[in-house]
Design a protein around this ligand. Sequence first.
Ligand SMILES: *Cc1c(COP(=O)(O)O)cnc(C)c1O
Length: 381
Amino acid sequence: MILYGQQSINQQDIDSVVAVLTSDYLTQGPQVPAFEAALSAFTGVQYTLAVNSATSALHIACLALGVGVGDRVWTSPITFVASANAALYCGAEIDFVDIDAITGNMCPTQLAIKLAEAAKQDKLPKVIIPVHLCGHSCDMQAIGKLASQYGIKVIEDASHAIGGYYQSEPVGNCRYSDICIFSFHPVKIITTAEGGAALTNSSELAAAMARLRSHGITKLEAELQRQDQGDWYYEQHDLGYNYRMTELQAALGLSQMTRLQSFVCRRNELATHYTQLLTRLPLTLIQPLAESISSYHLFVVRLPKAEQRRRIFDEMRALNVQVHVHYIPVHLQPYYQNLGFTRGQFPQAETFYNDILTLPLHPGLSQKELAYVVDCLEKVI
Ligand SMILES: *Cc1c(COP(=O)(O)O)cnc(C)c1O
């Protein structure tokens, strides 16, 4: 089977993890801060907090921005459910902004219309969560401008997008956002098995997220002195969680960081190759914005006839090509339907979902395998 996505693990990765196993610390040792420093250095952001998943990162990002009961959060309907669930964990209300049919990302025009409407009704969101689908950056300048105009905070869900660039700067530098989150799940660009990170340029948000990932506990020197206590002393100020990353995960992440650029480079080469091979087929490609370089987490095409997607999908799978579909619109999930969302509410997202197909793309694929995928697709279509 040609997998749609797969991790790339080499001897350096294995040695790094094994070395941690015989070291003094399995958690809260030197690897986590070293991995965080590598992420900060790569993106140019001030603060990075490594956590046990991108879902956890989204949760503490929302909490740090003060999202709670009575607040609203908006995201894209074409995303993994975690982008929306994070708001619900905080007791907030979730809503969606329809996508741009060309990029599959949150549409800035739709966002502007929805914000103007919400402002009239005094129902503005506290936070919006644009998602860089496939690793293609959203139009962050437009989204950031609208957010500052209405006094709204922005969390970039860059789960797909580490290693990508927007306006010649690395995704994750938070130029147009308050917080940016990454995922290190094995199908993503680099992996720590499970893992994620939250990045920010705000020292207050970084401190809040650092507390929230570890039970809401702080151990500041000043407090120790004030309380005239010993080194055992700590204080819990918030209701936090245990969202910490282990040393094993961080060691793997740190080792993977040394190959981040080569992974993204290889993914771009393969995407270019796909684009050339696919010109002979009647497909529409989901393409990055001109002012960006995608990390190409996913290669998504739109099929000419939605009613043939099921057949094409099944026949490709029978030919040992693990095609996929990203994503079922979140508002169509039974849980979200129970919250009151209905079919037809986000028509661009629903149309997009009906004819998309994800083709295999990961650094381990050969050009020969790519040619096989395209040959199969041509036959099947
Ligand atoms: C993978 C993914 C997540 C969740 O990542 P985890 O690290 O598995 O928690 C969130 N949002 C998007 C868009 C994703 O693709």
